[in-house]
Write a protein that binds this ligand. Structure first.
Ligand code: FAD
Length: 497
């Protein structure tokens, strides 16, 4: 996602000058408290220490984490020779932020790129797994989209661009430009694969700002693809190194020991403290800073408080001093999700696991959103001679799935693995993980909400918000937002030095 410049506690469009940053007038700010030790909180702590050191500012950072472990959604669980990711299984190497963090932590040589043979992605439709077409000739041959659907998709070229500035849902955008079949079979599954979201409510502008920009800049997606491909060719001819211009692209990247190596290394690299098992239960503006109340009854005074906690926690923390701000934050909903890991003996699976996995259009009426072939993506995730599959169930289109018992979740997932992949044997290994609030949903109105939140924050100098609820849910987005939060902390510290 593109990165507007932060100006107050959150961020605003690039056109707003940084000079509006509200900072404390008198004291040198030294104590920085960070709420939440997920990737957002930890990488903010790392960036604050790094940037403060570069500016010659002495800063003491303390990260408060509710759970007994750090990492938040990141948790790589090793059991019986399987490596199961509770949450994310990696980041894309097409953006620099997380790679730069790895460089700074000295762990770049430990990165593991996903397997080249696992690039193929599938969509379950019409009773079969259809390979997702990657180019024009593949698209024409593919049975995934019918001929009328293909013709409708090709008409995207002549559809006028929307110019009324309306914050459209992903479904409205897809129906308008690409047609209903592309919405069902391409856009819907993509939205559930990334956000566990519902395209009928999610904002195009906030979820996929690049797609919105391509329409505005080039008049349409096909026009943009053609122009950008030409541009890329010319740049390659001129000897320039170019990345893919249109989509996110990139290679899914993790570590041999799982993505948790990233947050573990960030904790290890910090000079400051990370207090686990220490939930922040209250946040109070006090003269010259912020007072944090902790679950054990303790208090902590800080010059700057950075929240990297989820929106549903943050809203309660701000209610006592700003109900409007709390109300705005409360409008960011979350989708729940079950993650189900299955280990099988490889020889007992008839199908070749020659790809990344598959997603399922809502119209297929399945309980699961899709399945990742984790041990094909990262080969060392299962013991020798075994495979690891990871299915996702629930999301914004099927929120009740979070209420199913483990036995029901297992049974429904196995029934679908049988129907879709022909797996009839019992798994050797099963784990069901729960995310009551898995992923924040950037529903229509999200961009305006961010502006209003930013406005409210101007009344609360020294309170800075970051985390995946606001400006991107990908790990790269979290690190990027953390860097911007740290910029703001350090510029306030500098201003008052
Ligand atoms: C199943 C799943 C799969 C995903 N897959 C990918 C993927 O492959 N690639 C990708 O880029 N992204 C993926 N994501 C998204 C990504 O994992 C998240 O957006 C990211 O990890 C969020 O990090 P965060 O630090 O902002 O939030 P969190 O990880 O949620 O961290 C917030 C922290 O705040 C703590 N906290 C809460 N309340 C308090 C309190 N009162 N006091 C102190 N601490 C508190 C929590 O315990 C938690 O540790 C996935 C997400 C899920 C759920």
């Amino acid at each position: 996602m593109e990165n507007p410049e932060r100006v107050s506690g959150l961020w605003m469009k690039k056109s707003v000058p940084r000079a509006t940053c509200p900072c404390f007038p008198e004291e040198i700010m030294k104590k920085v408290a960070i709420i939440g030790a997920g990737l957002s909180g930890l990488s903010t702590a790392h960036a604050v220490e790094r940037q403060a050191a570069a500016a010659g500012i002495d800063v003491a950072v303390t990260v408060f984490e509710r759970d007994e472990r750090t990492g938040g959604k990141i948790w790589s669980i090793k059991e019986e020779g399987y490596l199961c990711e509770w949450g994310p299984n990696g980041f894309l190497d097409s953006k620099p932020m997380t790679l730069e963090l790895c460089d700074q932590l000295g762990i770049r040589d430990q990165l593991e790129r996903s397997n080249d043979n696992a690039r193929k992605r599938f969509i379950y439709s019409g009773g079969i797994l259809n390979r997702l077409p990657e180019n024009g000739p593949m698209f024409l041959k593919s049975k995934l989209i019918s001929w009328p659907g293909k013709i409708r998709l090709a008409q995207e070229f002549i559809k006028p661009k929307r110019t009324d500035g309306v914050d459209e849902t992903l479904a409205e955008f897809a129906r308008r430009r690409l047609g209903p079949e592309a919405l069902d079979k391409l856009i819907g599954p993509m939205v559930s694969g990334i956000f566990a979201g519902n395209p009928e409510t999610m904002s195009l502008k906030s979820c996929f700002p690049r797609i919105h920009e391509l329409e505005q800049e080039y008049g349409g997606l096909l026009k943009a693809m053609i122009k950008l491909a030409k541009q890329k060719k010319a740049e390659i001819k001129a000897g320039k190194q170019v990345a893919s211009a249109a989509g996110p692209g990139g290679v899914l990247t993790s570590f041999v020991g799982g993505i948790q190596e990233l947050t573990d290394a960030t904790v290890k690299g910090l000079k400051g403290k990370v207090q686990t098992g220490s939930a922040v239960t209250g946040l109070k503006p006090v003269s010259g800073g912020w007072e944090l109340e902790l679950a054990d009854g303790g208090k902590f005074d800080a010059d700057i408080a950075v929240s990297a906690a989820p929106a549903h926690i943050l809203k309660d923390l701000v209610t006592p001093f700003d109900e409007t701000l709390s109300g705005l934050i409360a409008e960011i909903p979350y989708a729940p999700m079950n993650v189900i890991c299955f280990g099988y003996e490889q020889g007992k699976i008839a199908r070749d696991l020659d790809g990344f996995g598959y997603l399922i259009p809502k119209k297929e009426g399945c309980a699961i959103l899709g399945t990742l072939w984790d041990s094909s993506i990262f080969p060392q995730r299962a013991p020798e001679g075994h495979v690891l599959l990871r299915s996702m169930m629930g999301g914004a289109t099927n929120p009740d799935a979070i209420g199913l018992s483990d036995a029901e979740v297992k049974q429904r997932t196995m029934a679908e693995l049988k129907k879709i992949m022909g797996i009839v044997v019992e798994p050797d290994f099963v784990r069901v993980f729960r995310h009551q609030r898995a992923i924040p949903q950037y529903v229509v109105g999200h961009a305006d909400r961010l502006v209003a939140i930013d406005d409210s924050l101007k009344k609360h100098p020294g309170l800075i918000l970051t985390g995946n609820a606001f400006f991107g849910i990908g790990l790269n987005d979290c690190v990027n937002a953390a860097n911007q939060a740290a910029d703001q902390v350090v510029s306030c510290l500098k201003k008052n030095d």
